[in-house]
Design a protein around this ligand. Structure first.
Ligand SMILES: Cc1cc2nc3c(=O)[nH]c(=O)nc-3n(C[C@H](O)[C@H](O)[C@H](O)COP(=O)(O)OP(=O)(O)OC[C@H]3O[C@@H](n4cnc5c(N)ncnc54)[C@H](O)[C@@H]3O)c2cc1C
Length: 444
């Protein structure tokens, strides 16, 4: 099978793949926006926030003023971070910053964390920790990524966990502790219930860690406890890798939801007690190293601003990503509650749909009614081979009259994403190109 970039694409799919977020390219940048200049504040400069800021400037012909508020000095990419965990890639490969967005597009950057957003006339007042005067703007985009539910011990006290699911210091800490795993040691990794950030990500991590163990500590193993009933993405390729590449080094157990964690003596060692979902039984797994990926919600600021419902994510109108709970505020990326997967490539696409819709709203036009997003995602299955997953997401009306993004196979009319026919070294090479292209497109 060809790679996701080698398909013969229909016109609709071509528009999606070109990165326009599949909104109507012919209207750009003619939104007719004139003075007074509209101001937009973007909370968070990650994959979604950086993209929306760039395309608001590009497609308005710089007619809107865009400010990103971001506490970090460097954006550390989660994408490719599993290969930093195994020591194959240097941490610096993950580092990006906003200097090209400032230079090329005139985006403003305010360093700090947003603590509050309040209505201010027909606009908004955005308070930033450590910045004296609030930022005044016409619309706000909230793109803070995810936060983690606390993981509890057996008397319901929070325990410190090493998740490495927000790339940064925990990524290199997991790398160092993996390198220090005893030759016959056990690493226990847990996968939270969906929805979580990056559906294939945990299985990708399990594979590259198993590959590392096979090569460096053949007597050691990784035990994967999945709260979900089955592998949540690319099931054929991951299950094939589990059984054919890693039999002895990898044990995969679905339907195991973390109940509590008992810390051991050495850092991040201990015991995980899991519910066997639907049975009423529990099991215990001991690990020399525990990599617990907690249940996820929208970033804390989205919760604090009253943008989230009981799922922990922020419901939005799918054509504009405008909050259904606080109109005038848009929520994009992993924090939004949509049928789109929580992934960087999809965050980039959703941000473009949001930018287009905002510019139409600001110029008194209706947002485009049937947007399309696409996603391509490569997963390393070892230090040399990778697979991929791709889909086009069409915003469609459902039989019950509701609307949602539906994954469409690129080459047939069936629904659902397409995965590579098999893992290959060629895919591994293309994965590196895809990563650099996506990150450069987002941060320049
Ligand atoms: C191990 C791993 C592998 C992955 N691999 C892939 C992959 O191969 N392909 C793919 O497409 N996706 C992948 N992902 C998923 C991808 O990284 C996320 O979906 C993506 O980063 C989400 O973008 P975001 O903008 O919503 O959040 P983020 O990229 O996390 O950005 C959020 C930003 O908001 C900032 N912020 C938070 N709170 C505030 C506040 N109060 N004020 C101001 N700023 C704030 C943060 O500092 C951060 O910079 C992977 C994830 C993981 C963990």
């Amino acid at each position: 099978m060809t790679s996701p970039f080698e398909f013969s694409l229909s016109r609709r799919h071509l528009l999606a793949s070109l990165g326009a977020g599949a909104v109507c390219a012919t209207t750009f940048p003619a939104f007719g926006l004139t003075a007074p200049v509209q101001k937009i504040v973007v909370i968070g400069g990650g994959m979604a926030g950086a993209t929306v800021a760039k395309y608001l400037r590009l497609w308005s012909n710089k007619a809107v003023e865009v400010t990103i508020v971001e506490p970090s000095t460097t954006y550390v990419s989660n994408i490719m971070s599993n290969l930093v965990v195994t020591g194959q890639y240097a941490p610096a490969l993950l580092n990006y910053n906003w200097s090209n967005l400032i230079k090329n597009h005139g985006i403003k950057l305010v360093k700090g964390s947003v603590s509050q957003v309040t209505a201010n006339g027909s606009g908004w007042s955005v308070s930033v920790t450590g910045v004296a005067a609030p930022l005044l703007c016409d619309r706000v985009v909230v793109a803070p990524g995810i936060s983690f539910d606390p993981v509890l011990d057996n008397i319901a006290q929070p325990v410190a966990v090493l998740h490495a699911w927000q790339a940064g210091p925990q990524t290199t800490q997991l790398r160092d502790l993996l390198a220090a795993l005893p030759p016959t040691g056990t690493l226990v990794m847990t996968i939270p219930p969906a929805p979580y950030r990056c559906p294939p990500g945990p299985y990708e991590r399990a594979c590259v860690i198993a590959d590392y163990l096979k090569r460096n500590k053949p007597g050691a193993r990784i035990v994967v406890l999945d709260a979900n009933p089955d592998v949540m993405a690319e099931p054929a390729n991951f299950k094939n890798a589990f059984s054919t590449l890693y039999g002895a080094n990898l044990v995969y157990l679905p339907g195991r939801k973390v109940k509590y964690v008992t810390s051991g003596i050495s850092p991040y060692s201990g015991k995980v007690t899991v519910d066997i979902v639907g049975t009423g039984f529990v099991e215990e797994y001991s690990g020399d190293l525990l990599n617990i990926i907690p249940t996820q919600r929208a970033g804390a600021i989205a919760q604090a601003l009253g943008l989230c419902d009981s799922t922990g994510f922020a419901p939005v109108n799918g054509i504009s990503f405008e909050s259904t709970l606080r109109p005038g505020i848009h929520v994009i990326g992993d924090a939004a509650k949509t049928s789109l997967p929580k992934a960087g490539h999809v965050g980039n696409q959703g941000a473009k749909i949001c930018a287009d819709a905002m510019l139409r709203i600001l110029s008194n036009q209706a947002p485009y009614a049937t947007p399309t997003a696409n996603s391509a995602c490569y997963s390393p299955l070892s230090s040399t081979v990778a697979s991929w997953l791709t889909a086009v997401y069409q915003y469609e009306q459902q039989p019950d009259s509701s609307w949602k993004y539906v994954a469409r196979d690129h080459i047939s009319t069936t629904t659902g994403p397409t995965e590579a026919a098999s893992a290959s070294t060629g895919n591994f090479t293309k994965m590196n190109t895809w990563y650099k292209t996506l990150m450069t497109e987002t941060y320049s």
